[in-house]
Design a protein around this ligand. Structure first.
Ligand code: MEV
Length: 424
């Protein structure tokens, strides 16, 4: 898909990039309007949340060059942090030249907890399973028709002091599933509390989404990784060591995983998904053995740096904000309107790309030099530069030694004076 964008896409002006994207992916007029900050957004905001007062626009950009399971993708990312999209595209390019990402995913099964007051043994609850199943039939009928539906019930074997927890599992296909699971859980709680003669404490899906996982892997010949005075072998060894340190050291793991989520959460926001739900699931998974660990693993195997990770990635492509937000629909169109499982596999690849870019920079020249150009572009904007001036000011600013707003204003003034001088 990325071949349909001009090779110099990154260097075009924003309006030129908009028209290239809209043309390449055949945007509808609504989608074209949806990625513009126009007043139509206010009506949307008003129906999306209570007491809306406006919108908080976040840049929507695209990372290019992703090759995932043999398919080329342009990946929409909504994010305020300057380096995220650049880092994604950079790592995607390295992996693409080495054959691309390989991904996998489980079926999209979500679970809900029905918490009942009182301690009940497993058998006394499980004997009501046929009635639970019958209760769920009408609620899950539409989902069954789409190939999803009820996937079982469990009772926690060791009930807590005052409660018993029943867990129901539902394949939610293309939905994120929160509404459906919550409706199902409340219905089940009515049946079970009646049969057991107790009260429901609560009934709600669990965001852990442990059964709904996706993963990605990449393999890069080490000789391609030479950078900043490090040989490829040395850079690869240091990336593997950096990932190992993050698995063993919780303080580092938090930042390491934050880097992964730079990609995953930005894709979630761009596609109208529940960023908080996905983040909760991934961070819980990172501490599933009782210690918070870095989620990616890198190792050098037969002359290749092999990276991989897997985590719950409960993305949906129907319902919720996806259904009403035209920018989310535009983002899904850019991705070729994937199903939810494919979107979660794309998310796994984007998370691995982000992590590779971050750790590769950290263990070679460090993170700051790459961030400087983008930081300088922000300063140029704040100093008053607009359009092509932003890059011109940023280049001059980055070449100097003072990277602050005063210096950006000085550089901009000097540039404007020399332009005035030439046009007079
Ligand atoms: C910054 O947003 C993300 C990094 O801190 C991630 C990491 O340290 O691995 C660069």
């Amino acid at each position: 898909m990325s071949q349909s964008l001009p090779g110099n896409f990154r260097k075009l002006t924003l309006p030129q990039r908009q028209s290239a994207i809209a043309g390449a992916f055949a945007f509808s007029p609504e989608e074209t309007a949806g990625i513009n900050a126009d007043s139509g957004m206010l009506d949307l905001a008003d129906i999306m949340v209570e007491s809306a007062i406006g919108v908080m626009p976040v840049p929507l950009g695209v990372a290019t060059g992703f090759l995932i399971d043999g398919v080329e993708y342009v990946v929409p990312l909504a994010v305020e942090e300057p380096s995220v999209i650049a880092a994604s595209s950079y790592a995607a390019g390295i992996v693409r030249r080495a054959g691309g990402f390989r991904t996998w995913a489980t079926e999209p099964v979500m679970s809900a907890q029905v918490v009942l007051e009182g301690r009940y043994d497993v058998d006394s609850v499980m004997k009501h399973e046929p009635e639970v199943r019958a209760t769920l039939e009408p609620i899950l009928a539409a989902m069954e028709r789409r190939g999803g539906g009820y996937r079982g019930m469990e009772v926690e074997a060791a009930p807590s002091a005052g409660c018993t927890c029943v867990i129901i599992h539902v394949d939610v296909r293309n939905a994120m599933g929160a509404n459906l699971l919550n409706t199902a859980a409340e219905a089940v709680s009515r049946v079970l509390s009646g049969r057991l003669g107790t009260q429901r404490l609560m009934a709600i899906l669990t965001n852990a989404a442990e059964q709904r996982r996706a993963g990605a892997e990449c393999s890069i010949p080490v000789e391609r990784l030479g950078r900043a005075g490090f040989t490829g072998e040395e850079a690869a060894r240091r990336i593997a060591l950096g990932a190992q340190f993050a698995r063993e050291n919780p303080l580092r793991a938090v930042t390491h995983n934050k880097g992964i989520m730079n990609g995953v959460s930005s894709l979630a926001l761009a596609t109208g998904n529940d960023t908080r739900g996905i983040e909760a699931a991934v961070h819980a998974w990172a501490s599933r053995d009782g210690v918070y660990r870095g989620l990616t693993e890198f190792s050098v195997v037969d002359g290749n740096l092999v990276g991989r990770w897997e985590a719950p990635l409960p993305f949906g492509v129907v319902g919720g904000a996806v259904a009403v937000h035209p920018a989310a629909r535009a983002s899904l169109r850019i991705l070729g309107n994937p199903d939810a499982v494919t979107l979660s596999r794309i998310a796994a690849a984007v998370g691995l790309a982000q992590n590779l870019a971050a750790v590769y920079a950290l263990v070679t020249e460090g993170i700051q030099s790459g961030h400087m150009r983008l930081h300088c572009e922000r300063l140029a904007f704040l100093a008053g530069a607009r359009g092509t001036q932003i890059r011109e000011v940023a280049v001059l600013l980055a070449a100097g030694t003072r990277h602050n707003l005063d210096e950006a204003r000085t550089v901009l003034n000097q540039m404007q004076q020399s332009t005035d001088g030439r046009t007079r």
